[in-house]
Design a protein around this ligand. Structure first.
Ligand SMILES: Cc1cc2nc3c(=O)[nH]c(=O)nc-3n(C[C@H](O)[C@H](O)[C@H](O)COP(=O)(O)OP(=O)(O)OC[C@H]3O[C@@H](n4cnc5c(N)ncnc54)[C@H](O)[C@@H]3O)c2cc1C
Ligand code: SF4
Length: 315
């Protein structure tokens, strides 16, 4: 690990201001950042500890939703009675991720900003446009079983690994930030994560130094909530494909997929077909997909996982 300096911020504004210093990273639970530092994939010169800012509350909003502080731990969010009752897809997605010990540390903001699990990103001996812009992409033509089938580019075909983010996308959550000048922004989840394009190292709509203060959920949508995660083993594994769905009694609903793209993938085509419920209608939910021979199975897996969720919703 390279040497770095450390400070403990006392307010969100102070944290954002501290990030003016070049090479600064915020550290929350540290469950992703520290691993990346040990591998020298992340080499911050300065760490700003944001664990003591009082951003660990889940509070009702005037609009009837919930505001989740950036430092709320994944365990506490999944266990919150209001989340379990009104936003069950979120609770289930969180509980499908990582392990109990990791969820006890992992935070809402850190989970959103965790880096890809592309194996080449973690191997400094391999070219990777995300780790080192302009160096190339070892995954293209390499081992791609875990990687994206839709929304990729000639520069990168990585997936976003977060389960929580897929649920937040289906719930139309909004990410709140503050910058060094004290300006705040509210970024809809639809716009928060980016597709790779020519700049896969730019993963979100955040500007350098932007600090996430919280995530807001709109008033509950009702309906039945599902999170189905398909993976190589039953725990402690990232999704090959996941389905987050909120299905209303009349069959209308919302669907987002994880494990298929560089960001949570909302599938409006499937939403239009939901009242129909026909299995055949779920074929083509990933129209425009460009899978590799290694990961073409994900397209069928996504269709079947969604069909299975809808069958359960009708039962
Ligand atoms: C073995 C293992 C298995 C895992 N399995 C899964 C899984 O199945 N599903 C899943 O979804 N996740 C999984 N994870 C990932 C885990 O959920 C993330 O590591 C965790 O959510 C990151 O949160 P953190 O608070 O520890 O982030 P940190 O590591 O502290 O930070 C991550 C990033 O977020 C930035 N950051 C943190 N807080 C803020 C803020 N408020 N504003 C701006 N930037 C901020 C940091 O600078 C850093 O760049 C796994 C992790 C491990 C190690
Ligand atoms: S797919 Fe993306 S993360 Fe993986 S090697 Fe290529 S550029 Fe790097």
């Amino acid at each position: 690990m390279r040497p770095f300096t450390y400070e403990r911020a006392r307010s969100p504004a102070e944290a954002a201001a501290a990030a003016r210093r070049p090479g600064t990273r915020f550290i929350a639970g540290g469950t992703n950042l520290l691993d990346l530092m040990k591998l020298q994939i992340e080499t911050p010169a300065h760490l700003v500890d944001v664990n003591h800012l009082g951003l660990d509350a889940i509070e009702p909003t005037p609009e009837g939703g919930l505001r989740i502080g950036a430092l709320v731990r994944n365990t506490d969010l999944a266990a919150d009675a209001r989340v379990r009752r009104d936003y069950a897809v979120l609770s289930r997605a969180l509980l499908a991720g990582a392990s109990g010990q990791l969820r006890n540390r992992a935070t809402t903001a850190g989970n959103l900003l965790q880096r890809t699990r592309c194996p080449y990103f973690y191997d400094p001996a391999q070219p990777c446009n995300k780790r080192q812009p302009g160096s190339g992409c070892a995954a293209i033509g390499g081992i791609t079983r875990q990687l994206a089938v839709i929304g990729g580019s000639e520069a990168c075909i990585a997936t976003h690994p977060s389960d929580m983010a897929v649920a937040l996308r289906v719930l139309d959550a909004v990410v709140e930030t503050v910058d060094a000048a004290g300006a705040t922004r509210a970024i809809p989840m639809a716009d928060f994560h980016r597709l790779p394009g020519d700049t896969p190292h730019v993963e979100t709509a955040l500007a350098p130094g932007d600090f996430i203060t919280g995530v807001t959920l709109p008033a509950p949508a009702g309906g039945r909530h599902f999170y189905r995660k398909v993976r190589d083993r039953a725990s402690y594994a990232f999704a090959l494909v996941s389905v987050a769905a909120v299905v209303q009694p009349d069959g209308r609903g919302r669907v987002a997929l994880g494990g298929v793209a560089h960001k949570p993938w909302r599938v409006e085509a499937a939403e239009a077909a939901l009242p129909d419920g026909a299995r055949a209608a779920m074929g083509g939910i990933l129209d425009g997909a460009r899978p590799t021979p290694d990961n073409a199975f994900k397209v069928t897996l996504a269709e079947r996982a969604l069909a299975s969720v809808l069958a359960e919703a009708r039962s």
